[in-house]
Design a protein around this ligand. Structure first.
Ligand code: FUC
Length: 801
C-alpha cells in the first residue's frame, strides 16, 4: 500500500470511529444506583457480542473495563396476576362510559393493578421483578508508566474494536478490546514496542455479592449469586497469556511483569439458560485459549463485518470529521453543520444493535447491554409502550434482520405467561402484556395504572413479527409468527367492548401511554376507554392477521371474527384544533408537550396514515405533532428521535434534519449514548431509524426514494438498505436530486417506486417496461435475484443526459 493509500484508508476508517484525546475519568466511588449516568462512564466506549460486553475507559496507568452479561438479573419468576381484578372490570367500564372518570380511575388504581410490588416503581433490584445489573469490573493497574504523549482512544465501528494508543517513556503502547461473538469471550490485547515494558496487575471485582479467587497459574475466577428466589448464579473467568515476562495468579489477582505483549481472555456466564456458570466459563476459556490472538481477532472482525458492511452511508464530509467526537458534538451545539456526524450516528445505531442483539440471546434492553450499578434506571427492563420497539426500528431497514431475532423470541415467550394474565385480569382468551416485561416473563399490569395499564402492548409487539415477514417475504417467518399474532388478536377480540355511546368497539380501561387529560369537571385523569393508539395498534394487528390468514390459509374461524370486528373499531377523530385526537373525547391536555406522541402511531411506526393515502388524517397528525413541539415536546432523547421519524414520514426533510441536530445537541452523552436522561439506548436506535426513514420508505405500498431529503445533505449515497417486499436498495443523489438507484430483488413480484423525479428502469442493458400508477408511482415486474438500475427520466447510464 502506498503512503497516500494508507492515509486515505485511515481517513475512511476514522469516519467510522468515535475517538477522543483523553481517557474517560474513572468514576470514584463506583455507583450502586445509576439513575444518573456516571460522568466517566458516559465517556467510556461500548463493545459487545450481545450477551457479553464492556465499557472501556481507556485509562493509562489504570484501565477499567466495566463488564456486562445480559442475562444477569436479580429477581425471579412470579405470579403477579391479580385474581381480584376481573370482578371490577364491568363496573370500571360502566363508570368510564358514564363519564365518571374520577371514580373509574380510583377503582382502576385500587383494583386493576398487579399483585405485589410490580417493578418496584422502577427500582426493582430487591423485589421479584428484579433488575439488570453490572457484572463487575476488570481493573488493570500498570507499573512504571509516565505521562503519555500522543494519546488517542477510539471505537472503530467497522471492526468493532476499542483501541487506546499512546507513547510513554519512548515506548509505544497499543491496547485493543473486543467482544467476540464467535468465541463468546472478551479479548484484551496489550502491546508495548519495547521488550519487557509491560507490567500490570489484573483484578476482577463486583460492588456486591461476588468474590474472586485464583484457579490456576494464569487464571482467576469471580463468582456470586444475585438476590432472588433462588437467585441467579454467575461467574467470570479471566486468563492471561503473556509474551515474554512472567505471569502469576495469587489471591484472585494476576500479575504480569516484564512482558512485551499480553492477551487477556474473559468469559462470563450465568445460569439463566440452565448451564452451570463456572463450567461454562471454563469451557469458553478453553476453546478461546486454543486459538492465537490474531486468529481470534480475525474471526471477530470478519463476523462483525459480515453484518456491519452490508450498509454504507455517505452524507458528505466537512473538516469537522477530523475532530474528536466530543469536539464534533460541541460544534453541533454551536450550530455548525456536520453531516458526517449524522452518518456516524446512523452507523453507531447499527453497531450498537449488532453488539447488543444477536440470535439466541435476550433482546437489547433499555440500555442495550451496557449497565452500570446494581439499581439501574427503570430496572433496565423491556418497556413495551415505545422503548423496546424503538430499539428495533433500524433492524430491518438497516439490513440487520438477524439482530431482530431476539425480540421475536422474547415476544413469543410472553404468549404463555400472557395467557394467564389475559384470563385472570380480563377473562379473555389469547395473551397480553402491559407496559413492562423482564427476563422472568412478567406480563401483568404495572403497579400504577397511569402508566401500567397499557394492554395494547402485545399488539404493538406483534407489528415486529409482521415486519420481519414484510421485509423478507419469508413465509417461514410468517408461519412462526402466526400463533403469537393470532393469539394476541384473540385477546383483543375478547377485551374490546362496545362503547354504548357510539356502538364502536374500544379498549377499556386503558391509557394513552403515560399521558393524562382534563375531564369535563376539571379533574386530571389518565384511565380512559379507546385511546387512539390502542385502536390504531389493534387495527394494524387485525389487518396483518387477515393478510397472514390469506397467505397461510389457516384458522378460518378466528379470521372471520377479526373480519367482523375490524370495521367496528372506533375510527380516528379530528379535534377542534384540526388535530388528530389522542382520546375519544377532545380533551384539554394538562401537559401539551408530553414526550409520548402515541396517537401518531398510525403515522409511524404504523402505516395507516400517509400523506398520499389519507391526506386529511396526515394533516391532522401534523397539527398534533406541531402542537406537541410548540409546547416543548421531544425533550427526551427517544421522544426527539420519534419526532425525526414522524417528520420523515410527513416528507419534511428539513425539519427532520433540524430535530436530528437537536437530538445530537441536547440529548447525547460524550460517547454518543442517548441521554433521556439518564442514558437510554432507544434514542440511538430511533435516530438511526430516522436517518434511514429520511432516505427510503416502503410502508405505503411502494419504495419511496429520498422521501425526506433535507437541503443540508445535498449530495450523498447510501448502499444496502432493505425495503419491504424483499428489496435491497442503493441510492445516490446530487444537488438534492436522485442521481440513480439500484435494487436487488430478493423475491419475485411487482415493484412500485415513488420518487420526486420520474424514473426509468434498466435490467442490465435492457429497458424494463414500467407502468404509471394512479397515485404517481411507477410499477414493474421483478424477478428474484435480479438487479435493476433506476435512473431519472432523461438521464443516461453514467449520469450523462
Ligand atoms: C417510558 C417513558 C419514559 C422512560 C421509560 C423507560 O415509560 O415514558 O420516558 O423512557 O419508559
Amino acid at each position: 500500500m502506498t503512503a497516500a493509500l494508507a492515509a486515505a484508508s485511515s481517513a475512511i476508517a476514522s469516519d467510522l470511529a468515535l475517538w477522543y484525546r483523553e481517557p474517560a475519568p474513572l468514576d470514584d466511588p463506583r455507583p450502586r444506583v445509576t439513575w444518573q449516568t456516571p460522568s466517566g462512564w458516559a465517556r467510556a466506549l461500548p463493545v459487545g457480542c450481545s450477551r457479553l460486553g464492556a465499557m472501556v475507559f481507556g485509562g493509562v496507568q489504570h484501565e477499567r473495563l466495566q463488564l456486562n452479561e445480559k442475562t444477569l438479573w436479580s429477581g425471579n419468576p412470579q405470579d403477579a396476576d391479580n385474581p381480584d381484578a376481573l370482578r371490577w372490570l364491568t363496573e370500571i367500564r360502566r363508570l368510564l362510559f358514564e363519564g365518571k372518570h374520577t371514580e373509574a380511575q380510583r377503582l382502576t388504581y385500587e383494583k386493576l393493578v398487579c399483585k405485589g410490588p410490580g417493578s418496584g416503581a422502577g427500582n426493582g433490584a430487591d423485589v421479584a421483578f428484579g433488575c439488570a445489573q453490572t457484572l463487575g469490573d476488570l481493573d488493570l493497574e500498570f507499573d512504571g508508566l509516565g505521562a503519555p504523549a500522543g494519546y488517542r482512544r477510539e471505537l472503530d465501528l467497522d471492526s468493532a474494536v476499542a483501541r487506546v494508543t499512546f507513547v510513554s517513556d519512548g515506548v509505544r503502547h497499543t491496547r485493543e478490546v473486543f467482544a467476540s461473538h464467535p468465541a463468546q469471550v472478551l479479548v484484551v490485547r496489550l502491546e508495548a514496542s519495547r521488550n519487557g515494558a509491560l507490567s500490570f496487575r489484573a483484578r476482577l471485582s463486583r460492588i456486591e455479592r461476588a468474590s474472586a479467587r485464583s484457579i490456576g497459574p494464569d487464571t482467576v475466577a469471580m463468582a456470586g449469586r444475585m438476590k432472588g428466589e433462588p437467585g441467579m448464579r454467575f461467574a467470570a473467568h479471566l486468563r492471561v497469556r503473556a509474551e515474554g515476562g512472567a505471569v502469576e495468579s495469587r489471591d484472585g489477582e494476576i500479575a504480569v511483569s516484564g512482558a512485551r505483549a499480553a492477551t487477556l481472555l474473559l468469559a462470563a456466564r450465568t445460569d439463566y439458560w440452565g448451564a452451570d456458570p463456572e463450567a461454562a466459563c471454563a469451557a469458553d476459556l478453553r476453546a478461546a485459549a486454543a486459538k492465537p490472538t490474531a486468529a481470534l481477532r480475525r474471526e471477530h472482525v470478519a463476523d462483525h463485518r459480515r453484518l456491519f458492511r452490508r450498509v454504507s452511508l455517505d452524507l458528505g464530509r466537512t473538516p469537522l470529521a477530523d475532530l474528536p467526537t466530543d469536539e464534533r458534538l460541541a460544534a453541533t451545539r454551536r450550530g455548525e453543520a456536520d453531516p458526517g456526524l449524522h452518518a456516524l450516528l446512523f452507523q453507531y445505531a447499527r453497531y450498537l444493535l449488532i453488539a447488543s442483539s444477536r440470535p439466541g440471546d435476550l433482546p437489547a434492553h433499555l440500555q442495550g447491554l451496557w449497565v452500570e450499578g446494581v439499581q439501574t434506571p427503570w430496572n433496565c427492563d423491556y418497556h413495551t409502550n415505545i422503548n423496546v420497539q424503538m430499539n428495533y426500528w433500524p433492524a430491518e431497514v438497516g439490513n440487520l434482520a438477524e439482530c431482530h431475532e431476539p425480540l421475536a423470541t422474547l415476544i413469543e415467550s410472553l404468549r404463555k405467561p400472557g395467557a394467564r394474565t389475559a384470563r385472570v385480569h380480563y377473562g379473555a382468551r389469547g395473551w397480553v402484556v402491559h407496559t413492562i416485561t423482564n427476563v422472568w416473563g412478567y406480563t401483568s399490569p404495572g403497579e400504577h395504572p397511569s402508566w401500567g395499564q397499557f394492554p395494547a402492548a402485545a399488539g404493538w409487539l406483534c407489528r415486529h413479527l409482521w415486519e420481519r415477514y414484510a421485509f423478507s417475504g419469508d413465509r417461514r417467518l410468517l408461519e412462526r409468527a402466526w400463533p403469537t399474532m393470532r393469539d394476541a388478536a384473540r385477546f383483543y377480540l375478547d377485551f374490546l367492548t362496545p362503547d354504548p355511546r357510539t356502538g364502536y368497539l374500544v379498549t377499556a380501561p386503558s391509557n394513552s401511554p403515560e399521558n393524562s387529560f382534563r375531564t369535563a369537571d376539571g379533574q386530571v385523569a389518565s384511565v380512559c376507554a379507546g385511546p387512539a393508539m390502542d385502536m390504531q395498534i389493534i387495527g394494524d394487528l387485525f389487518r396483518h392477521c387477515l393478510a397472514a390468514g390469506q397467505t397461510l390459509k389457516r384458522d378460518q374461524p378466528i379470521l372471520a371474527e377479526i373480519e367482523a370486528a375490524l370495521p367496528r373499531l372506533a375510527p380516528p377523530k379530528i379535534g377542534r384544533h384540526g388535530q388528530l385526537q389522542e382520546w375519544q373525547e377532545d380533551y384539554e391536555e394538562p401537559e401539551p408537550g408530553h414526550r409520548h406522541m402515541s396517537h401518531l402511531y398510525a403515522l409511524h411506526p404504523g402505516d395507516a396514515i400517509t400523506p398520499t393515502g389519507t391526506p386529511q388524517l396526515a394533516r391532522a397528525a401534523r397539527v398534533s405533532l406541531d402542537r406537541r413541539l410548540a409546547a416543548g415536546g421531544g425533550h427526551t432523547g427517544w421522544s426527539r428521535a420519534w419526532v425525526v421519524n414522524f417528520l420523515a414520514r410527513l416528507g419534511d426533510g428539513d425539519r427532520a434534519h433540524e430535530h436530528l441536530c437537536a437530538l445530537l445537541a441536547k440529548s447525547m452523552l460524550p460517547n454518543l449514548f442517548d441521554d433521556h436522561p439518564p442514558f437510554q439506548i432507544d434514542g440511538n436506535f430511533g435516530a438511526g431509524a430516522g436517518v434511514a426513514e429520511m432516505l427510503l420508505q416502503s410502508h405505503a405500498g411502494a419504495l419511496h426514494l429520498l422521501p425526506a431529503l433535507p437541503s443540508a445533505w445535498p449530495d450523498g449515497k447510501v448502499r444496502g438498505l432493505r425495503a419491504r417486499g424483499g428489496f435491497e436498495v442503493d441510492i445516490a443523489w446530487r444537488r438534492g436530486r436522485l442521481f440513480e438507484a439500484r435494487l436487488l430483488a430478493r423475491q419475485s413480484g411487482v415493484c412500485r417506486v415513488r420518487s420526486r423525479q420520474p424514473v426509468r428502469v434498466l435490467r442490465g442493458d435492457t429497458e424494463v417496461e414500467t407502468q404509471a400508477t394512479s397515485d404517481g408511482a411507477v410499477e414493474f415486474r421483478v424477478e428474484r435475484g435480479s438487479r435493476y438500475l433506476l435512473l431519472p427520466n432523461g438521464a443516461a447510464v453514467g449520469g450523462r443526459a
